[in-house]
Design a protein. Structure first.
Length: 477
């Protein structure tokens, strides 16, 4: 979800709670559809594959990729506001999907060889809809082909380590729906190394769940969280959505306090955004729903920060709050420009073209149609629907776009050093823009660990995207 402040991802700049950069295929994309429409009927082997990015320039220098995103496309129902690639599960494609996914994971594994994986995030779609026996296959495949040592070491989080650190070093997260997540599934997930679940609660008031067309019952959230805890899953995050049509500030306050009462240590709170061509956007255009007033939406945003900070959950990204040590390490990988592999239909990946992100990274996205995805590519990778080759200027723009949205802020020396190399004239422009933003009370300069950081001011969070846009303008197109 995004507001002016919220760049997007189901995990990346601009999007809905969940887990992936880059935006997904539209809601109309069913099992047979493809990227941009029309590719779904083509055999996958005829399409370019992720090998374009993974085997291409820079591979020799690239360090092992430490993060992995897996996209499962199945949902019990298509929610009206959703623009992620998913379709209504009819059970008959699950086994074929997992067979292809495992082949893809095997092909990708060589790119993480030599270092233990740091993060895995399974999103969707609704990963908890996958049948338990198929989950066993996926987890066995991961264990066979990837080094999960660090993930297993950190599976219990700081409770196991006995040390509270600022960020977790490793994690394995699975998104769950409160209705489909069972105690048996959590046991199997925990046995496979999963130490974190991200539960889509969205609201605790039935009328707002109904507006969003979410099918679960609010009371199921507590039941599912308890089942995850009982299975030994130490980190439990909730997703909430605010600015749902008809929602008042008082009702949002109830959602936040209910989430806190369930003992969650991580909350993602995104405002509802009206993505093009979704059912919700069409309802808005027809006048069947009314968007929440912008001023009320801003009050909801501010209320969230105040209440959660008081409860000990620090804002570490504009829409994400955690007890220190419970931040989503995987999402931080997206926001910090790290590398990640991508598996599953419509999954997006990012790998550097050299030893660091400085020269820019390849961004690529698997096809979003199941027929092309299931066909696979001749080289074992997935067919892709999109590929952006490395571009150092784009990489710099991305750093100043995501930095202001993070509590750690922008690494000033790092960004300016890259600017001098990539586009020398913009270094002075960046400093001048930052100075103006400091004068406007939106940015402050801090020194952390001996390094300068540009951070949005406590009162500037609502304007984080504005700050990012000013810095991006200084970099130029
Ligand atoms: S459950 Fe999540 S991924 Fe599935 S349709 Fe609803 S919002 Fe989209």
């Amino acid at each position: 979800m995004s507001e002016s402040v919220h760049i997007s991802i189901k995990g990346q700049p601009g999007g809905q709670p969940g887990g992936q950069p880059g935006g997904q295929s539209g809601p109309g994309s069913g099992p047979g559809s493809g990227p941009g429409g029309g590719l779904g009927s083509l055999p996958g082997s005829h399409l370019a594959t992720a090998g374009v990015a993974l085997e291409g320039a820079g591979r020799g220098e690239r360090p092992a990729v430490r993060s992995l995103y897996i996209h499962t496309p199945f949902c019990a129902h298509k929610c009206d506001y959703c623009d992620f690639y998913s379709f209504v599960d009819t059970q008959d494609l699950q086994a074929a999907f997992v067979r292809r996914l495992c082949a893809e994971l095997e092909a990708l594994a060589k790119h993480s060889a030599g270092a233990p994986l740091r993060t895995i995030f399974v999103g969707g779609g609704t990963p908890s809809l996958l049948r338990v026996e198929l989950w066993r296959d996926v987890l066995a495949c991961l264990s066979d082909h990837y080094d999960l040592g660090l993930i297993r070491k950190w599976q219990g989080g700081d409770e196991q380590e006995g040390v509270l650190r600022s960020w977790p070093e490793a994690e394995f997260t699975v998104e769950c729906n409160p209705e489909s997540a069972s105690a048996e599934l959590f046991d199997v997930l925990h046995g496979g190394g999963v130490g974190r679940v991200s539960m889509g609660a969205q609201s605790f008031l039935p009328k707002h769940l109904s507006t969003l067309q979410r099918l679960h019952r609010p009371e199921r959230v507590a039941v599912a969280l308890e089942a995850a805890r009982a299975a030994g899953i130490a980190r439990r995050s909730l997703d909430l959505i605010y600015a749902v049509p008809g929602q008042t500030l008082e009702e949002w306050a109830v959602d936040v306090s209910t989430a806190l009462s369930l003992g969650t240590t991580h909350l993602s709170c995104y405002n509802l955004t009206y993505e093009p061509s979704t059912g919700m956007t069409n309802r808005l255009k027809r006048g069947e729903v009314t968007a929440v007033d912008e001023e009320v939406e801003s009050l909801m945003f501010e209320h969230t920060g105040l209440v959660l900070e008081r409860a000990g959950l620090k804002r570490y990204e504009v829409s994400n709050y955690a007890v220190p040590g419970h931040e989503s390490r995987h999402n931080l990988a997206y926001w910090l420009g790290e590398q990640w592999l991508a598996a599953g239909p419509s999954a997006s990946g990012h790998v550097w073209a050299g030893a660091s992100v400085q020269g820019g990274g390849h961004r690529f996205k698997n096809v979003g149609g199941m027929s092309a995805y299931l066909a696979g590519g001749a080289d074992g990778y997935s067919p892709i629907g999109d590929h952006e080759p490395p571009d150092p200027v784009r990489a710099l723009r991305e750093r100043v776009m995501t930095g202001p949205r993070l509590a750690v802020g922008v690494d000033v020396e790092g960004v300016l050093a890259d600017a001098v190399l990539v586009r020398p004239a913009c270094a002075a422009r960046l400093e001048a823009a930052a100075l103006e933003l400091v004068g406007d009370g939106l940015l402050l300069e801090a020194v952390d660990g001996g390094r300068r950081r540009w951070r949005v001011t406590p009162g500037g969070w609502l304007m984080a995207d504005f700050v990012a846009k000013r810095l991006m303008k200084a970099v130029g197109e």
